[in-house]
Design a protein around this ligand. Structure first.
Ligand SMILES: *[C@@H]1O[C@H](CO)[C@@H](O)[C@H](O)[C@H]1NC(C)=O
Ligand SMILES: *[C@@H]1O[C@H](CO)[C@@H](O)[C@H](O)[C@H]1NC(C)=O
Ligand SMILES: *[C@@H]1O[C@H](CO)[C@@H](O)[C@H](O)[C@H]1NC(C)=O
Ligand SMILES: [Cu+2]
Length: 163
């Protein structure tokens, strides 16, 4: 009972950090992951967003990002989705400017980084080049995929120390 409660508390902290961008200073962010065995000498990884689910409506990508954290600088996120020629529900990838637009799925100032055709084949690759929060979402149906389809997540790449 007590353990389960404590565990849920930790999950809530992680979710809060992810959803709200709480204290995104790397020191704080890193501390949330101190219990994980980070391999700082590993080379950048190429991560398929959603794993075998790829990028589609209804997958909880916040949950996915928490389970796949931490991400490091120069890691590559790969977004895979069917092109409009092969699906009636195309997707896309937008970069949202800040936490508020992310929480509201407000696309007005968002930047398209991959249009509906760019996720086919080997997928669209996005390299995390800066130490800043990246707010990513599907932009289809004016934010409906983001809001209702849970197609959004935030990542803050950490520095990978070299020894
Ligand atoms: C860390 O990653 C490097 C490169 O992938 C690997 O050679 C090394 O064995 C890993 N170390 C640990 C402790 O997992
Ligand atoms: C998505 O996952 C997060 C983190 O596990 C969780 O807090 C949230 O409630 C989930 N959202 C839905 C709609 O299931
Ligand atoms: C579209 O679907 C067809 C038939 O399933 C498949 O052969 C083709 O490779 C698909 N094209 C793309 C771009 O995914
Ligand atoms: Cu979508």
């Amino acid at each position: 009972m007590g353990f389960k409660f404590a565990h849920q508390g930790l999950v809530l902290v992680l979710v809060a950090a992810s959803m709200m961008g709480v204290s995104l200073a790397s020191r704080e962010w890193g501390s949330h992951h101190r219990h994980r065995p980070n391999n700082h000498t590993a080379s950048p990884k190429r991560v398929i967003v959603g794993g075998s689910e790829n990028w589609h409506f209804g997958v909880n990508y916040t949950d996915w990002s928490l389970k796949n954290a931490p991400f490091y600088l120069y890691d590559t996120l790969v977004f895979k989705y069917d092109p409009p020629s092969n699906t009636t529900f195309p997707h896309s990838v937008y970069l949202l400017p800040n936490m508020k637009s992310f929480l509201n799925c407000d696309l007005r100032k968002a930047k398209v980084i991959a249009n509906p055709t760019q996720g086919s084949g080997n997928g669209f690759e996005f390299v995390l080049k800066k130490r800043k929060p990246y707010y990513l979402a599907c932009g289809e149906r004016n934010g409906f995929h983001c809001r209702v389809g849970l197609m959004k997540f935030a990542v803050v790449p950490m520095r990978r120390w070299r020894h």
